[in-house]
Design a protein around this ligand. Structure first.
Ligand code: GLA
Length: 387
């Protein structure tokens, strides 16, 4: 059974046992891994994430009153109960803020969200930098909008992206960009998604990994990070300050010459990351479109170095697994997502999967680090209604 179906069944069982409700429908939305274009989505840059086949499923029942009840199969996630008026900033905290906050921001966007019973189940690992939170937001957003009578079209999906970003920024309190929500709602299965983040324009990009005998391995360091802990916000503030000093609306419009014009070495380094990372995205897209995906390894490596040294968002666990993966034959490797833990990716020949996995695990063991989780991932579809 595919991950989506299995999670859907678990979510339906949860809805029945916790809320005693039969679902009106089940929706799923994917986690994501970002091939390249890290920490540029809030600077108007370009990124190339891929939706995973790992999903959050939401089984949802429309209610006749204004109550909202949300539960999860995750035993650490306490159920939430409130009313449609209780879902906004400062009113919900913890995991439920992602779901409740999305319902609040949908209301703010004019969607007539009904009372709902919601149960979710997910196989997107939490805290692994694979965007479990955006998958939760997207599944809840699509379900609520459809149960509010909205037709599922491109216009709706753009509205849902903005609502999910607003929920995360204003209710959860994490000032994230829009990459995760955009890929969760607009991905096309079988492709990565090139996102021009300043206007949410997207283009599917076929990676052709299997045809080239390659795989994308995700190495979850199992060291958790939280985006709300201040570091992410500081990076974002650095980018805003650098853009202000350069007189730019978007830091991604900076040139290499602009980097030198900044006086502060920290802002120089942050800006250098943004400039070079956007260039690397363009080069990866060009190579992939030319059928040369096997040649993107050095660009992945370059991204890691830039995130480690100029952006300073890596972690020892990430550096160790990246070096070990390369030494064991990976064509390229880098940290992904917000950083400070979470996951790295390695581009590997399918025939090297065992060797790279073993080497990475051994390197962590030798350093006394938590042993990583290893997954090979394929690209899955965007949020959708399953039943
Ligand atoms: C997190 C955020 C994204 C993005 C990445 C870094 O995943 O949610 O918006 O900024 O970090 O690329």
């Amino acid at each position: 059974m595919s991950g989506g179906r299995a999670q859907a069944e678990l979510a339906v069982a949860e809805l029945r046992t916790t809320w005693g409700s039969e679902p009106d429908g089940v929706w799923t939305a994917p986690g994501r891994v970002n091939l390249i274009g890290e920490h540029v989505d809030y600077t108007g840059g370009r990124c190339l994430p891929m939706a995973l086949t790992r999903v959050t499923a939401a089984a949802v029942r429309r209610r006749d009153d204004d109550r909202v009840r949300i539960s999860s199969t995750d035993p650490d996630a306490a159920p939430f109960e409130g009313t449609l008026a209780d879902l906004g900033p400062g009113q919900v905290s913890g995991w439920a803020a992602y779901a409740a906050g999305t319902l609040w921001s949908l209301q703010q966007a004019g969607v007539e969200v009904p009372g709902l019973d919601v149960a979710v189940s997910s196989d997107v690992p939490l805290g692994a930098g694979l965007s479990s939170s955006a998958s939760l937001e997207a599944a809840v957003a699509l379900s609520a909008a459809e149960l509010a009578g909205r037709a599922d079209d491109r216009e709706l999906r753009h509205l849902l992206i903005q609502a999910a970003i607003r929920a995360e920024n204003e209710v959860v309190g994490a000032g994230t960009g829009g990459m995760d929500q955009t890929v969760a709602l607009l991905a096309e299965g079988g492709s990565a998604l090139l996102i021009h983040t300043r206007d949410s324009r997207t283009e599917p990009v076929q990676l052709g990994l299997a045809e080239a005998g390659l795989e994308l391995m995700v190495i979850d360091t199992r060291v958790s990070h939280t985006l709300a802990d201040g570091q992410y916000a500081q990076r974002r503030a650095d980018c805003e300050e650098a853009a202000r000093q350069l007189g730019l609306e978007w830091l991604s419009d900076a040139t290499p010459a602009d980097v030198a014009r900044l006086g502060d070495p920290r802002l120089q380094a942050r800006t250098r990351h943004v400039v070079t990372e956007n260039q690397r995205v363009d080069e990866v897209v060009e190579l992939v479109r030319a059928g040369r995906v096997a040649e993107i390894g050095a660009l992945l490596d370059g991204s890691h170095t830039s995130l480690r040294d100029d952006y300073e968002v890596s972690a020892v666990e990430l550096d160790v697994v990246v070096v070990a993966a390369r030494a064991a034959g990976a064509l390229g490797a880098r940290m992904v997502g917000g950083g400070f833990g979470g996951s790295a990716i390695a581009l590997i020949r399918s025939t090297d999967a065992q060797a790279v996995g073993d080497a990475v695990t051994a390197a962590c063991r030798d350093r006394g680090l938590t042993l990583p989780g290893i997954l090979t991932v394929t690209s899955g579809p965007a949020a959708r209604r399953l039943s």
